[in-house]
Design a protein around this ligand. Structure first.
Ligand code: AMP
Ligand code: MN
Ligand code: MN
Ligand code: MN
Length: 277
């Protein structure tokens, strides 16, 4: 049987719209045979996802998407095949929940100063036991008619440099990669084209990423154009990184991004799943 991989997606454990059970069922419907659930800074959805994967006979790869700092910028690193019970990783996700709650309090305060009250209560309610993310704030701003789309919420309030932006201290690149690799996982640079780096900065980032033990890069993500795909494949080759394939699915309401609906990894790229056991 040929496998269909999707190694990057989100559930209600962070900013996804579907529960871990629903993500697994939808992935199965979409023909995915090997799925990694990679919620932001948390592994809380993995147990439920594994239960459901067992029921439908799907391979679930335990994952996470860690927010990291490098050179005072924020990037995302996906960990694949991690052990959620590895103590340093478990401790880190526990602390990150507080980091995210404190950040949420600060974002809500800034919104209040813009005469937008009630955000903290709303995002806490929406996130439940899961991680609070800026996506929750964006949904709140849409629901309260302060903006008409989540994109506009980021552009006007939540993106870096906007009025409700709060800079956050995440784990340093090498520290986060250590949590992943020491727990038995493979570190993959997420959606490299989304950072809008110059070629020079990208080379520096990938050099640091490799030095810290990073082994993979998302060569295939949703909504890439052919030129971007070619550029990322070139970086994978140049830096001898394995290629990953992940939709970054969040919400079925977004018709542009679906579980498992991705182009094939170019044949000259070593697949990251060959590094997973
Ligand atoms: P956080 O990790 O809390 O900073 O939230 C980041 C999440 O917000 C990302 O994973 C995306 O799901 C979402 N996001 C970030 N930037 C944008 C944007 N410009 N438009 C829509 N969603 C975004
Ligand atoms: Mn997200
Ligand atoms: Mn991301
Ligand atoms: Mn993601």
């Amino acid at each position: 049987m040929t496998e269909r991989y999707d190694l990057h997606c989100h559930s209600t454990a962070s900013d996804g719209a579907l529960t871990p059970t629903e993500v697994v069922l939808r992935a199965a419907d979409c023909g995915v045979t090997a799925l990694a659930l990679t919620d932001h800074d948390t592994t809380a959805g993995l147990f439920e996802a594994q239960q459901q994967a067992n029921l439908v006979g799907m391979r679930l790869i335990p994952g996470i998407e860690l927010s990291i700092n490098w050179q005072n910028k924020c990037f995302h690193v996906v960990g694949l095949g991690i052990d959620p019970n590895y103590a340093p990783l478990a401790n880190a996700t526990h602390l990150l929940q507080s980091t995210r709650l404190e950040r949420a309090e600060k974002i809500a305060f800034k919104l209040e100063q813009k005469r937008i009250p009630g955000a903290l209560l709303a995002v806490k309610k929406a996130a439940g036991d899961g991680m609070i993310t800026r996506s929750h704030f964006a949904a709140f701003l849409v629901a309260q008619h302060h903006v008409s789309t989540q994109q506009e919420a980021f552009d006007r309030y939540l993106a870096q440099g906007k009025s409700a932006y709060v800079s956050t201290t995440w784990a340093e690149l090498d520290v986060a990669i250590n949590w992943i690799t020491e727990s038995g996982g493979v570190a993959v640079l997420a959606h490299p084209m989304r950072y809008k780096l110059t070629a020079n900065w990208m080379s520096r980032l990938l050099t640091a990423f490799k030095e810290a033990g990073g082994l993979g890069i998302e060569v295939i993500t949703s909504r890439m154009n052919p030129d971007e795909l070619r550029r990322v494949a070139d970086y994978a080759k140049r830096f001898d990184l394995a290629g990953s394939v992940g939709s970054d699915f969040h919400n079925p309401a977004n018709p542009w991004v679906e579980l498992g609906r991705l182009p094939a990894l170019p044949e000259h790229i070593k697949p990251v799943w060959e590094l997973l056991n």
